[in-house]
Design a protein around this ligand. Structure first.
Ligand code: IFM
Length: 460
């Protein structure tokens, strides 16, 4: 179904699902892959709630072909997956490991054979451990190493991949990894987090530049976990602004204007050493994307006081300078404790349309964790709440498109139940259940619903 607004007719919404390397591949010691910060972090007692790790995960490194068959059965246009940096460069620098690149070449060719466009993410958090040992993302050199790695991957796959994502959710990688310490590498140092955020943006820009210098027509973007901040009482206004700046403005302002938001600059001396931002860095970041990926799950609802009910964003409360606040989800929540509010996506899309009406937007992640403890007579998971969540968010996307917002793709996180970082395997986001013992894939009711929805739109 194409949409026409005024004199502009937009092509039909594209559908996709997404995964990431460490969450699904397993095979961490195979074919020359080096250790990543997530291998190290998971090995530390108490880091992962169920004591698990991604060493086996969904086994997708070996089962990639049957996973791609699942995508064909769904009828998606695109598959968003990530390349594991330590498979390509086991130590994070130097010549490529051919076996690593061979694997991703097979995946890309397998997608193209099935008529599915690859959307390749270069960094979904599995930093090679030797680079962390050398300072990690707070260390400026990591940004240059990332650009070198991007060049290697592009040199092998660039003739077949048009659509590149540099970094996934730099907010999570920097603030949860280096300030809150709940993600790898588990550091609790706000100064390091701010430096990491800047170097992730710089690394993105350097990688985008490297890819474009090899192929000026390449479509290069990144995926941000943007959100709508809802403030419940007047006294929460200040923390609300600060959280909004750290979650959204910290990335959006440099990408469009080449400068950090005032609120972030006011916090920066408290957060860390503002001199990590060197002349010319933000000029490189400005205008560095030709598409923007939006990962939306939930709004962040902030109150000035009261018990924190958890949720994304609460961890930055630990920052010096951020006024005290509580995260207070209202109404229905997911198994992660995240408030379900599709209107948060509506407001976010409106905001992004004002931010840059010409920027193509792709929903690169949207989905819900559920207990998935009800089964149909054939044994498959019956997940009407997931269908309801996806249907309501999709309706918001359709409405936004009919009002002229240039949203091009709707991507469900995730194709498979997988390793949900610090939550291990306790959280299920997949359209497909994965048997923890045998690795067998069992599509859920939501898989069938999505396949039918995609077919209905295609035929209609
Ligand atoms: O599983 C993650 C993914 O890796 C990044 N975005 C959010 C998802 C759900 O928490």
């Amino acid at each position: 179904m194409s949409v026409t607004v005024g004199r502009v007719t937009r092509p039909p919404l594209q559908f996709a699902t997404a995964t990431s390397s460490y969450q699904v591949e397993g095979a961490v010691g195979e074919h020359g892959r080096g250790p990543s910060i997530w291998d190290t972090f998971c090995a530390q007692p108490g880091r992962i709630v169920d004591g698990s790790d991604g060493s086996i995960a969904c086994g997708s490194y070996h089962r990639w072909s049957s996973d791609l068959d699942l995508l064909s059965a769904l009828g998606v246009d695109t598959y968003r997956f990530s390349v594991a940096w330590p498979r390509v460069q086991p130590t994070g620098s130097g010549p490529p490991n051919p076996a690593g690149l061979d694997h991703y070449e097979r995946v890309v060719d397998g997608l193209l054979e099935r008529g599915i466009a690859p959307n390749v993410t270069l960094y979904h958090w599995d930093l090679p451990q030797p680079l962390e040992d050398a300072g990690g993302w707070p260390h400026r050199d990591t940004a240059s190493r990332f650009a070198d790695y991007a060049t290697l991957v592009h040199a092998r796959l660039g003739d077949r991949v048009r659509w590149w994502g540099t970094v996934n959710e730099p907010w999570v990688a920097s603030f949860l990894g280096y300030a809150a310490g709940v993600h790898a590498p588990g550091r609790r140092d706000p100064a390091a987090a701010f430096a990491a955020a800047h170097h992730l943006l710089l690394g993105h820009a350097l990688a985008a530049e490297a890819i474009r210098s090899a192929d000026p027509a390449a479509d290069v973007g990144l995926a941000l976990n943007l959100t709508t901040v809802l403030v419940d009482d007047e006294e929460a206004f200040e923390p609300g602004e600060q959280i909004d700046a750290l979650h959204n403005g910290l990335w959006l302002d440099p990408l469009r204007d080449g400068r950090y938001p005032r609120t972030v600059l006011d916090l920066a001396p408290l957060l860390g050493d503002p001199s990590v931002v060197r002349d010319g860095d933000l000029a490189l970041v400005r205008g560095s994307v030709t598409w923007l990926g939006v990962n939306y799950y939930t709004p962040i609802r902030i109150a000035s006081h009261g018990e924190s009910h958890g949720g994304p964003g609460q961890e930055v409360a630990a920052f010096p300078g951020v006024a005290p606040f509580a995260v207070a989800p209202r109404g229905a929540v997911t198994a992660m404790g995240w408030e379900i509010e599709p209107l948060g996506l509506r407001d976010l899309l409106d905001r992004l349309h004002s931010w840059d009406p010409t920027m193509p937007l792709h929903i690169t992640e949207n989905g819900i964790a559920l207990p998935d403890d009800v089964r149909r007579p054939d044994g498959s998971v019956d997940d009407p709440a997931r269908i309801d969540y996806l249907r309501r968010h999709l309706a918001v996307v359709d409405t936004a498109r009919s009002r002229g917002v240039d949203v091009r793709t709707y991507t469900v996180w995730s194709l498979l139940d997988n390793f949900e970082w610090a939550m291990g395997y306790t959280q299920r986001f997949g359209l497909v259940e994965v048997d923890p013992l045998t690795g067998e894939r069992r599509p859920k009711a939501s898989f069938t619903w999505l396949a039918e929805e995609i077919a209905r739109r295609r035929d209609g």
